[in-house]
Each structure stands twice: as C-alpha cells, then as structure tokens.
Design a protein around this ligand. Structure first.
Ligand SMILES: NC(=O)c1ccc[n+]([C@@H]2O[C@H](COP(=O)([O-])OP(=O)(O)OC[C@H]3O[C@@H](n4cnc5c(N)ncnc54)[C@H](O)[C@@H]3O)[C@@H](O)[C@H]2O)c1
Length: 446
C-alpha cells in the first residue's frame, strides 16, 4: 500500500490523477468544479440523465452555481458528466456525494450510499481510493461500505485499495465561503490511506485536517451539525420565553454577539430546514441505540424545533383575532419564502410547507411568494403541493391578504411594500427590522 500511496501522491502533484465525483448535487458539483479549476480531469457520475445532459451542455441546474461556471468547466475539456457507471474504474479517486436522508421511521436511509458502493465495488481496481463525503453515522465506511467493496471486488481495503471519509462542509448561498476555501477533515484507518486522502484534498483546499480513523471523521461531521441543531433549539426556546416577557430576542442576540469570546450567535426561526440540520443528528441517535444509549440533547432540541411551526401559526391566528377580529378560518394569508434559508432555491425539509399545511388545516386560504421558487417542486412529505405557483409581487395582489407570514428572509424581497400593503406581518426571521421605525406597529415577531 505504501507504493500505491507514493504513486498516488505523485499523480496528485502533477495533476495526472483522475477524479470521479459520484452524485452531482449541491455538494458534488462544486467539488467537481474545484478539481477542474486545479487542473484535474474530472468525471462526474449521476443517475439523473437530465442533470448529466444539462451539465454536458454547459448549463447549471442550481441557482447559486452559474451557467457560465459550468460552461467554463466544459471548455477546459477536463470535465464530463455521465450516467455510465461502467466508467467507475477510470478515476483514481472516487468521491461519493449522494443523499443520506431519513426513512419514514426517521431512521438513516443509506440506500443511496449502498447502491453507489455496490456500483463502485463491481468495477473497483487496485490503487483506487473511495471516499465518502455524505453525512452519516460513525461506522458507515468500515461496517457498511468496506465489506461491500471487498466482497464485490475481491480486493482488500488498506492493501490493494483505499477507503477514507471526508465530511462535506458546503454552505450553499454563503458568499464568504466556497468548497476551495473551507478546511477539509479526513479520516482513514491506515497511514497509507490517510496519505492518499490528504494528497487528494490538499490539491483543492488550503488546509487538510487528518484525524485518526474513518469513524472519528464521521463523528466530526455529526458533531458540527448537532451543535447547530441544539443551539438553534436553544434560541428558539429563548425566543418564546423572552417574547412572553416582551423582550426582543433579536436585539438580545445582536447585543450578546458583541462579546468577543465565549458566545456564538444563532438565530430563531419558524422551524428547522435543509438537507442537514433536521436530519443528521438522528443518524447519531440511531447509532447510539446500538450502544444502549440515548441522545437526550438531540431529542429535546428535535422536540423544541418541531414545535416552532405550531407556535408561529398560533401567533398568526391570535393577531388575526386581536387586530382584525377575524377568525383564521377563511382568512387570506400570504406566506413569504418557501426556501429553507435565505437566498437559495432549495426547499428540502423547509418548514414552509408544514406552515401552509397547518394554516390550511385551520381553514386559512394560503398563497405563497418566493422569488427563487416560482413553482413548488415535488416533496415527499407534501406531494399535494407540487405544481402550486408563487403569486405576483405587486401592491394590488398584496393588498388582497389579511396577513403575511415571513418564513424566509430572502434579501431581494421588498418588505417595505409588503408592510405598506397588508394589515400586519408575522415575521419569524426579523426580515422587516429595517422598516421598524415606520411600520413597527404592523410587525409581529414570532
Ligand atoms: N447541501 C448541503 O448544503 C450539504 C452540506 C453538507 C453536507 N451535505 C451532505 O452531502 C450529501 C449530498 O447532499 P446534496 O445536498 O449534494 O444532495 P443532492 O440531492 O443535491 O445531490 C445528490 C446527487 O446524487 C445523485 N445520486 C443519487 N443516487 C446516486 C447514485 N446511486 N449514483 C450516482 N449519483 C446518485 C442525485 O441524482 C443527485 O444529483 C448528503 O449526505 C448531505 O447530507 C450536504
């Protein structure tokens, strides 16, 4: 293996190493771009014909990744996308970036990881390294993937081929960071495998942080996301307590954040969203059960965060009654923002459809507006909303609503015209704070 690692390092240094990225989504595509920019030949594998066709035509299908940047990749002649999995024996390094959701019992769904591993295992050749980047529980690489790869290939991990884990730290839509500026943690079980993993990532990021083994690296990713989930739950709880005391939690956080040490700002919201924070902590809860342990912080924060949409809907109902003497039944409510966070077009796990569902269950007539999501895509938990269209953002349209509920604080939404047009706005993101001096009476922070 030492010799394989020597050869691998040399190929990485002189850019003759071929990189395969499996899963060209929010994580895989920027990763493929980072390697292409650094002069590597990159083969992107995906099961979606549609995505592969678009990428090969030099077009992006993700809002914050421009068509131009994909066209540039194609022009270098060093990037191609394919659905032909027989080509998996071509890359020297295969980076797996496929989804890791929860199943309907809220247990880890490793089906995408398992099927990609099986496809790789059938074609695995000596000297390749297989690196999982998808978020998962400790033990996935060595207990789930390694036996599949070894059985299907007849090769031995750590002897003829390498396995490593490197968590993805993408923050879509955040202009301050991109794949190539975020340090990469890598974990492998032998020194030679670790050297190979360090070599491949050192080519695209300023800092690689090796840890002792794959399980430690898997735990690093979960720790980062559990930290977020727990802290978001904490500020959500503080929001309700301070709200009852007539204290503005946003002002509290802003002031606390001036402390230069020992405090990190997290912000409340209408519930958790996105592909990571609402899901990843439960990967650890599931694995902890195998050890007869419970994850009390994770369960408690899950419970607090899951209660938020109900509290927000209660606030809408209470304001309709207090301000307009109207019942929520029959009231016209505009939900502003479907995406799970600002300035992205991604509504995976977003609490917005849950808010629509809860408002409608109480008889409200709900429309939505999201500048990035003109039409609701298919959502496994809310298939009935697929195809519903965003309303036009004009004063005449806005004047037709009894209330607005801001669920996502996109920067390119004109909150001034919203406040001018509707009787009141329930603002879960402090999106209207710029207009508080003029319209403070109309803003309900919830
Ligand atoms: N999106 C984020 O911000 C983010 C951040 C950190 C970590 N992650 C983690 O990264 C992983 C990928 O997330 P994502 O947001 O990029 O998902 P995504 O859904 O955007 O992309 C996954 C891609 O994999 C493809 N795919 C599915 N099965 C495949 C298979 N068997 N072979 C080849 N391709 C296949 C899909 O067609 C899709 O294009 C997840 O584990 C996620 O938790 C995501």
């Amino acid at each position: 293996m030492i010799k394989l690692a020597d050869a691998f390092e040399k190929k990485a240094a002189d850019r003759t190493l071929v990189v395969g990225v499996m899963g060209l989504g929010y994580v895989g595509l920027p990763l493929a771009q980072a390697y292409c920019r650094q002069g590597f030949h990159v083969i992107g594998f995906d099961v979606s014909e549609d995505k592969v066709e678009k990428l090969n035509a030099g077009k992006s299908y993700i809002k914050h990744i421009s068509d131009n940047s994909v066209a540039v990749m194609r022009e270098t002649g060093r990037f191609e996308a394919t659905t032909d999995l027989d080509r998996l024996n071509e890359p020297d390094a295969i980076l797996i970036c496929v989804p890791t959701p929860l199943d309907k019992h809220r247990d880890p769904d490793l089906s995408y990881v398992v099927s990609s591993t099986e496809e790789i295992g059938k074609r695995l050749r000596e000297g390749q390294i297989v690196i999982l980047e998808s978020t998962t529980y400790p033990g996935t690489s060595d207990e789930v993937m390694q036996p599949i790869l070894e059985k299907l290939s007849g090769l031995k991990a750590g002897e003829n081929f390498a396995i490593a884990y490197s968590p993805e730290r993408e923050d879509p839509g955040n202009p301050k960071f991109e794949t190539s500026t975020i340090p990469k943690v890598v974990g492998a079980d032998t020194a030679a495998e670790s050297r190979m993993a360090v070599a491949i990532y050192s080519a695209i990021v300023p800092q690689v942080v090796p840890v002792s083994d794959v399980r430690t690296a898997e735990a690093v990713k979960l720790t980062e996301n559990i930290f977020r989930a727990v802290n978001i739950a904490l500020v959500n709880e503080l929001k309700t307590i301070y709200g009852a005391m007539d204290i503005d939690v946003w002002e509290v956080i802003r002031a606390a954040d001036t402390k230069p040490f020992g405090f990190m700002a997290f912000y409340p919201g209408p519930g958790l969203g996105g592909h990571c924070i609402p899901i990843d902590p439960f990967y650890l809860s599931w694995k902890a059960r195998e050890f007869g342990m419970t994850t009390r912080f994770i369960e408690l924060s899950g419970e607090i965060n899951a209660n938020m949409p109900g509290m927000v809907v209660d606030a809408v109902a209470a304001e309709l009654s207090n301000r307009l003497e109207k019942s929520i039944k029959g009231a016209k409510v505009l939900l502003v923002g479907l995406a799970y966070k600002k300035n992205v077009d991604d509504m995976r796990e977003s609490p917005s459809l849950t808010l629509v569902e809860m408002l409608e269950a109480r008889g409200a007539k709900v429309d939505f507006y999201d500048p990035y999501i003109p039409v609701v895509p298919y959502d496994r938990d809310h298939p009935e909303y697929a195809g519903r269209k965003s309303v036009d953002w004009t004063p005449d349209v806005l004047k037709g609503y009894d209330a607005a509920l801001v669920a996502t604080d996109h920067d390119n939404v004109d909150y001034h015209v919203l406040l001018e047009s509707v009787p009141f706005v329930v603002d879960t993101r402090n999106a209207c704070h710029m207009h508080a001096s003029e319209y403070g009476e109309k803003i309900v922070k919830a």
